[in-house]
Design a protein around this ligand. Sequence first.
Ligand SMILES: Cc1cc2nc3c(=O)[nH]c(=O)nc-3n(C[C@H](O)[C@H](O)[C@H](O)COP(=O)(O)O)c2cc1C
Length: 190
Amino acid sequence: MTVKLLALSGSARRASHNLKLVRAMSDGAVAAGAEVTLIDWNAFVLPVFNEDIESELPAAAVQLKTLFASAQGFLIAEPEYNGGYSALMKNAIDWVSRPLPGTPPGSVFKNKTVVIAGATTGRWGSVRSIRQLREVMGYLGCIVLPDTLSVNEAGKAFDADGKLLDAKTAELAAATGAALARVTAALHKP
Ligand SMILES: Cc1cc2nc3c(=O)[nH]c(=O)nc-3n(C[C@H](O)[C@H](O)[C@H](O)COP(=O)(O)O)c2cc1C
């Protein structure tokens, strides 16, 4: 059975370093046999979550939740904003955590696997945001793999094609994706 993974950058920025990083992680997952769907945030523009507007449900929330529901695991590359993970990611998590009409009941997170890495232009990389997001994903019932990668000074880390310049870092990024693919496949072994 082919494992289905969802890949998410915590930044919607067009030239996002985290988008480049999650692509590198996805390459590793695909090489290990997984099928990866990369989220394009421009196709899922969500309002800031507010229980008052849940009844006027944005179509993007239903579509996003459907994608989360169909995935068996999540690959995430998360930036750091003011010492925390991104509002974009928290907003998406809050929307897809809700029981939306037209989508199957139950949690889209419980017992799903997740690997969380991240990149920032700062000296310390995404260490704080990765730690915080690991806690939230664990709270939601995800199996958070120990594999991770924090890329610092991301402005210098990628070439013009969006590939990681340092071979060891590229290897680690691919290894996070491969680890997620392998563990998820093992959990879903018939
Ligand atoms: C509002 C804001 C806050 C930021 N806070 C941090 C931070 O706490 N730590 C850090 O290393 N970089 C910080 N940065 C720099 C980001 O790491 C940098 O903009 C990064 O490229 C964002 O990720 P992206 O390339 O995927 O869009 C901040 C940037 C912005 C715009």
